[in-house]
Structures are given as structure tokens and as C-alpha cells.
Design a protein around this ligand. Structure first.
Ligand code: UDP
Length: 466
């Protein structure tokens, strides 16, 4: 007899910034609808993921091959290698796996850069929904990569004076977006295989029956309207971490859940407890990018010279140099006693929620940006790769919730921006930060836009199952 409960297979791209929002969605689907969830990870992340929380015990985690040798690091920029191995390695495996499932999937929710699963779903007659883990603005920009090539906007040449030229071929972003704000892949030659990978993936996304985005209507409504010309059905259900907090009844693991693949260092939280409200700048550059020793030291001098307190999360592989890789230099750790703390990988949501934190120096990853927005913390952005340039443009030019350093990374700029952000807490920015945080919180409450959309997603999956 057919099960009365829908079965959803969820397939994220194997990186922290993709797994976290898709795992939160999995949690919401089990908590709000009691759906059966099969969550797929490559072996590397399957081993690292925390499966212990109560609701996660209801999610069936399964590992799939990713085509890379076991000793491949799969961290930092080397995750790109997965672009070229994963579909060939996991496609046939996934097909067999689905064929062997006692309850066939009601639908597959796959990452926007794992589009081979959309083809597979079509072959098996299963509906597919694509989840792009970027903002609506960045997703919309990716749909214009071909046009940008045709118009000669790609490649963007770093250091060239044309970097400030405005982009006119992306509806809704005229008069805002400059060449330097384009996604980082636009700095590659048109025939580059990474750029071509994204063009293909983006175009294949359109074969899915609907699009899920971790954003909220009030934040990106004009661009979401543009995207509806491509996807008639869009579920904007973010900020997902806020939605989960709003809906979670079981808080045995505390109010925040980092969904981290890396063990967290809690030592900074106690120190934060002893600081005044809004007095500390939190610094983190996410799970992928690395810094040269020289860049690290520029940030360090900028932070110390600003005279402000800071909490800097330095993950073990953040520092990379040709001659040296790994931990932050020992002298840097020793020298921070008075002004700040250097810690390892933190529970970021807990840090951003802390009232001692008054701002965030970030690489502008989309999860970090949304987390900062929903906790009402203004940002200083230092974007490096992927969607980060687009996000930092939105933060500074569209939403006015922070400053954008773009390519610049010298101690005097860091010092000035930290002072500007933290002293008197830059009035205009604080006002818009508070307002957008309010909208973010409102969107996930009962009746809010994201709350309605997650309920609609659940309803639509139930209809598929009936
Ligand atoms: N994060 C964390 N601890 C840290 C740094 C980051 O838990 O010390 C989390 C952060 O909360 C976010 C994710 O890692 O959810 C990073 O995703 P994002 O999209 O911001 O950047 P990426 O790592 O993909 O570049």
C-alpha cells in the first residue's frame, strides 16, 4: 500500500554553504509536514555531518560517490574539482539508488548546480525542484552570463579602469551594477570551463518545475518578479535559519544550530558575555576562501589600529601562502589579548545573535549575509569569489546595510571602515539594518511571506503525492 506521507529526496552540492540551507529545509519539511526525507551527501561530508539532533534522526542520510580520490582535500577552492566529476560519478549511482527505494520519491529537490539530477528525474518521471543557494539578484545575474559575453562585458579585467563601467543588459540592475559587481566568474575568459559549467547549470535549472530561494520577498521583490519570467513558481522561503528557529519546538541543542561540518570553538562566547552591547566587530571569511599571509596581516593591523574590539574566527585552513599553509601565525594570536580574540570555527549564528556584537566584517557569502541581516548587524564586505561581489553590492548599494571594500585590502581602509561602522554605529546604516532585520523576522512569522511560501511548497508536494 502506498505510504500516506510524501518522500522528498534532497541533493545539495557538497560544500558547507550549500548543505546548510538545504539541511534546514529538510528539517522544516520533517517538522512542519512530517515528510520522509532522504538527504544525500558525498562520503566526505556524510561522515562529518551531525546526525544526532532529534528531528534529524527522522532524516535518512545516504552517501553517494563524488568521483574524487579519497585523499582529495575537498576544501577551499579545491571544491571546484567536484564540478567536473560529480555528475558522472553520482548520476548512475543515484539512478540505481532511486530504483531500489521501497518508497519512490514524490519529488527531488536538487541544488541549482547539480542539474544532472533534473535530467535524471525527468528520465524517471519524478518531478524536480531546483534550489539555488544564492540570492535572487545573483541568480538573475547568472541568467545573463551569455548576454554579458555577447556584449563584451566578460572578461572583467581586474585593475582595469573599466571596472566601474555600469552594466546595462540586466533588467532591474541598470544604474546599480558595475563590472566589478559581477559574479567573480565573469573575470574568466568566455571559454573557461568553470564559466561554461555555470552557464550550462543555470540553463538546465529551467527544466525544473519550480525554484526555491533562500531569500524573502521584501528584500528582493523587483528581482524576484523578473525571475518569474523564467520560473512561474518560485518559493522564497528565507532566511531559512530564522524560519527554523521560529518553527523549532525541540531546542535540546540550544536555540541555534550551526549545521556545521566543522567542530565549533565556543571559547569566544564567554568573552563576548563580558563585553558592552554593540562593542565588538565579528570577523569571518566563511568556509571556502583563503587569505595570503600578507592580506591576513593587513586585516590584523587595520583591526588593531581601529582601536575597536574584535572577535576573529580563523578556520584551520584560512591562511594560504605558497610557502606555508594552515593556522594563523602565532605572533598574531599572542598580540590580540587587549583588543580582541582569535578563535577557530565558531557557531556563527550564536555569535551574530550576541548583543555585544555590533558589526560583521565578512566575505559576503550568501548565508553569512542573510544571517547578519536577520540579526540586525551591519556589515563591512570583502568579497572574493562566486556570488560575493553581487552580495556586497546589494549590501552597500541596494539595502544600505554596510560598506563594500571590494578588491581593496589595506590596513588604512580596514581601520577607517571599522571605525565608521562601529563609532556611533553609522546612523543611516543602523537605521536600514534595523528595518531590514524587522522585515526578515516578519517574513518567517505566521502569515509572513516566507512562512506562506514554505506552506505552499508543502501543499504542492502533498498534491504531487496525492
Ligand atoms: N560559519 C560558521 N562558523 C564560522 C564561519 C562560518 O558556522 O566560523 C557558517 C556560517 O554561519 C554560514 C556558513 O558557514 O552559514 C558559510 O556560508 P556562506 O554562504 O556565508 O559562505 P561560504 O562558506 O559558502 O563561502
Amino acid at each position: 500500500m502506498e505510504s500516506p506521507i510524501a518522500h522528498v529526496v534532497i541533493l545539495p552540492f557538497p560544500a558547507q554553504g550549500h548543505i546548510k540551507p538545504m539541511l534546514i529545509l529538510a528539517e522544516l519539511l520533517t517538522q512542519l509536514a512530517a515528510f520522509k526525507i532522504t538527504f544525500l551527501n558525498n562520503e566526505h561530508n556524510h561522515r562529518r555531518i551531525d546526525k544526532s539532533a532529534a528531528s534529524r534522526r527522522r532524516i535518512n542520510f545516504i552517501s553517494i560517490p563524488d568521483g574524487l580520490p579519497p585523499d582529495h582535500p575537498r576544501t577551499g577552492s579545491s571544491v571546484i574539482d567536484l564540478f567536473f566529476t560529480i555528475s558522472t560519478a553520482s548520476g548512475p549511482y543515484l539512478k540505481n539508488l532511486i530504483a531500489s527505494m521501497s518508497q519512490p520519491p514524490t519529488c527531488i529537490i536538487c541544488d541549482g548546480i547539480m542539474s544532472f539530477a533534473i535530467d535524471l528525474a525527468a528520465e524517471l518521471g519524478i518531478p524536480a525542484i531546483t534550489f539555488r543557494t544564492y540570492s535572487a539578484t545573483c541568480t538573475w545575474t547568472y541568467f545573463h552570463l551569455q548576454k554579458l559575453i555577447q556584449n563584451g562585458e566578460i572578461p572583467v579585467l581586474e585593475g582595469n579602469e573599466d571596472m566601474d563601467k555600469q552594466i546595462s543588459c540586466i533588467p532591474g540592475l541598470e544604474n546599480i551594477m558595475r563590472r566589478r559587481d559581477l559574479p567573480h566568474i565573469c573575470r574568466l575568459e568566455p571559454e573557461n570551463k568553470v564559466l561554461q559549467f555555470y552557464i550550462t547549470q543555470t540553463s538546465k535549472m529551467t527544466k525544473a518545475s519550480a525554484l526555491i530561494l533562500n531569500t524573502f520577498e521584501e528584500l528582493e521583490s523587483p528581482i524576484i518578479s523578473h525571475l518569474k519570467s523564467i520560473f512561474p513558481t518560485i518559493y522564497t522561503i528565507g532566511p531559512l535559519h530564522t524560519a527554523l528557529k521560529h518553527n523549532t519546538i525541540d531546542t535540546t541543542n540550544g536555540p541555534y544550530n550551526s549545521f556545521s561540518l566543522i567542530k565549533t570553538d565556543k571559547s569566544g562566547l564567554e568573552w563576548l558575555d563580558s563585553q558592552k552591547p554593540n562593542s565588538v566587530l565579528y570577523v569571518s571569511f566563511g568556509s571556502v576562501i583563503s587569505l595570503s599571509r600578507e592580506q591576513l596581516m593587513e586585516f590584523w593591523y587595520g583591526l588593531v589600529n581601529s582601536g575597536k574590539l574584535f572577535l576573529w574566527a580563523i578556520r584551520p585552513d584560512l591562511v594560504w601562502d605558497e610557502n606555508e599553509s594552515g593556522q594563523a601565525p602565532e605572533e598574531l594570536k599572542m598580540g590580540t589579548r587587549e583588543r580582541g580574540r582569535i578563535v577557530g570555527w565558531v557557531a556563527q549564528e550564536e555569535v551574530l545573535a550576541h548583543n555585544a556584537v555590533g558589526g560583521f566584517l565578512t566575505h559576503s557569502g550568501w548565508n553569512s549575509t542573510l544571517e547578519s541581516i536577520s540579526f540586525g548587524k551591519p556589515m563591512i564586505c570583502w568579497p572574493r569569489i562566486a556570488d560575493q561581489q553581487v552580495n556586497s553590492m546589494c549590501v552597500s548599494e541596494m539595502w544600505k546595510v554596510g560598506f563594500d571594500m571590494k578588491e581593496i585590502c589595506d590596513r588604512s581602509t580596514v581601520e577607517k571602515l571599522v571605525r565608521d561602522l562601529m563609532e556611533g554605529r553609522a546612523e543611516e546604516i543602523v537605521k536600514s539594518t534595523d528595518e531590514i532585520a524587522r522585515l526578515a523576522q516578519g517574513s518567517v512569522r505566521d502569515g509572513g511571506s516566507s512562512n506562506r511560501n514554505i506552506k505552499k511548497l508543502i501543499q504542492d508536494i502533498k498534491l504531487l503525492h496525492s
